[in-house]
Write a protein that binds this ligand. Structure first.
Ligand code: NAD
Length: 474
């Protein structure tokens, strides 16, 4: 085989880029057309090796330096929020640019940093004991296609604030935007005085590399954000897993609710980013006597109701049946309501953001995570039945639930029965992420493994340093 001078030059550049992790715009990986360097490598082994070097350097990075790194990560994410939102929609075909900008900004501004790690000190006659948060080390993070940049920003801030380094495996259909986000964050870390390759990934992530990351012996802990299949796959590794799985958030509306606000909030929450968020309203249980008013309020705020023949036609297009189970038609996941309706020849303008439909409790729309702007509504006789149905529809995910009510007893009953990680009262579902509401943000809500809302402290171990006998030296 003949190797030209140009080939040798390219090989040398690639090896150098892999060793230094430096960005090199003209070095590209032919398989993926994503430039290597700045945290992006050809193989998982190379990514892990770079992560090992970064981890050994991270050990001597002071908390103050970590604070500077986190601030720089926030700043660069804010600067590029729009660009990354556009890239995500273009690459994945999911969601809405304006909503993805909001999610990126939310992750950049409201993910807790180093301040999340509050140490505890115990002092007394026997000396002093300090319990502080220590990093896990090298963490593997598997990220979804639905919130690609926002999850990278959120996970990176949380994981790095806790002193970890990360080997990512982004969703293959969101690799360009995810890797671009990773590179920007790495650039910010280095500019703030941090080590190179704190965040790494392969240029062509796929299921095989996902499994390699999950099973690599140098990776101690896995953070997994995605559907049920990847959560199960991660658990099989036998490692510590912090898993954020699917949700099926129900909404209960009782007769005491402010129906004008409830209608508006439900449309806003369910249509945000075309319902791809795991936290978004997925089905409504409303008391019979206020159901029509609620639907009218939803229609005033950008919903359209489908019935009969039109609804049947749409369901044939968006639902796929296989072996007696229903799945969403992938072609319509994350698409605008306008696109769903165009598929059945119904023209509407872009002010229509959500399709609503009355269904029975056993309808597949209630039980299938559609991730598209269609919301089934079930009329019920009373609030107890509504809560009972909501608990069943949530499927024990312990993820997110929403209720619109002015009755404290009803709200308390729902909170107790549903046991969700996020329970939003009288607001759109995204309030539970801190959007337009109080509280911090996470894009990784770990229901299956019990951490719930994740932040820096979820990605840390408690370490005890004990100074003995300060008082009783003889
Ligand atoms: P997905 O499960 O298809 O992919 C998520 C990640 O897992 C990707 O990186 C993918 O490459 C990897 N993966 C998938 N199957 C795998 C396997 N068998 N082995 C190894 N790796 C595998 O999810 P998606 O479509 O990108 O995201 C949407 C899903 O994620 C929804 O179910 C949503 O509810 C859920 N989600 C949950 C949260 C949360 O915080 N709980 C947040 C976002 C998304």
């Amino acid at each position: 085989m003949q190797i030209s001078e140009k080939d040798i030059q390219k090989l040398v550049e690639q090896v150098l880029a892999n060793m230094t992790g430096e960005s090199s715009a003209n070095i590209s990986n032919p398989a993926s057309e994503i430039a290597l360097g700045n945290g992006v490598f050809t193989t998982v082994e190379e990514a892990v090796n770079a992560a090992k070097m970064a981890e050994s350097k991270m050990r001597s990075v002071s908390l103050e330096s970590r604070r500077k790194m986190i601030q720089a990560m926030r700043d660069i994410s804010i600067q590029h929020a729009e660009e990354l939102a556009k890239m995500a929609v273009e690459e994945t075909g999911l969601g809405r640019v304006e909503d993805k900008i909001s999610k990126n900004l939310l992750a950049a501004n409201k993910t807790p940093g180093v301040e999340d790690l509050v140490s505890t000190t115990y002092t007394g006659d026997d000396g002093m004991t300090l319990v502080e948060y220590a990093p896990f080390g090298i963490v593997g993070s598997i990220t979804p296609s639905t919130n690609p940049a926002a999850t990278l920003i959120n996970n990176s801030i949380s994981l790095v604030a806790a002193g970890n380094v990360v080997v990512y495996n982004p969703h293959p259909s969101a690799k360009k935007v995810s890797l671009q986000t990773l590179k920007l964050l790495n650039k910010a870390i280095v500019q703030a005085g941090g080590p190179e390759n704190v965040l790494t990934a392969v240029a062509s992530p796929n299921l095989e590399t996902s499994n390699q990351v999950m099973n690599h012996p140098a990776i101690r802990v896995l953070v997994v954000t995605g559907g049920g299949i990847v959560v199960k796959a991660a658990m099989k590794t036998g490692k510590k897993v912090i898993a954020a799985g699917p949700g099926n958030p129900p909404v209960v509306v009782d007769e005491t609710a402010n129906l004008a606000k409830a209608g508006k909030d439900i449309v806003n929450g369910a249509s945000f980013d075309n319902n791809v968020l795991c936290t978004a309203e997925k089905e409504v249980f409303v008391i019979d006597k206020v159901a029509n008013t609620l639907k009218q309020e939803m229609i005033k705020n950008g919903a359209i109701e489908l019935k009969g023949f039109e609804l049947d036609k749409l369901l044939k297009v968006i639902l796929v049946e296989k072996d007696g189970k229903f799945y969403p038609n992938r072609d319509f996941i994350g698409k605008d309501a306008e696109v769903l309706l165009a598929a059945i020849g119904k023209k509407v303008d872009s002010s229509v953001r959500l399709v609503i439909a009355e269904t029975t409790f056993d309808h597949p729309l209630i039980w299938t995570e559609m991730l598209m702007p269609i919301l089934p509504i079930v009329k019920v006789a009373n609030v107890d039945t509504a809560i009972e149905m909501a608990v069943k529809a949530e499927k024990g995910n312990r993820h997110t639930a929403i209720m619109h009510s002015q009755n404290i007893t009803n709200l308390t009953k729902m909170a107790r029965e549903i046991q969700a990680t996020i329970f939003v009262k009288n607001g759109p579902s995204y309030s539970g992420l801190g959007f337009g509401a109080e509280g911090f943000t996470t894009l990784t809500i770990a229901g299956p493994t019990g951490e719930g809302l994740t932040s820096a402290r979820s990605f840390s171990r408690q370490r005890r340093c004990v100074l003995v006998d300060g008082f009783r030296i003889v």
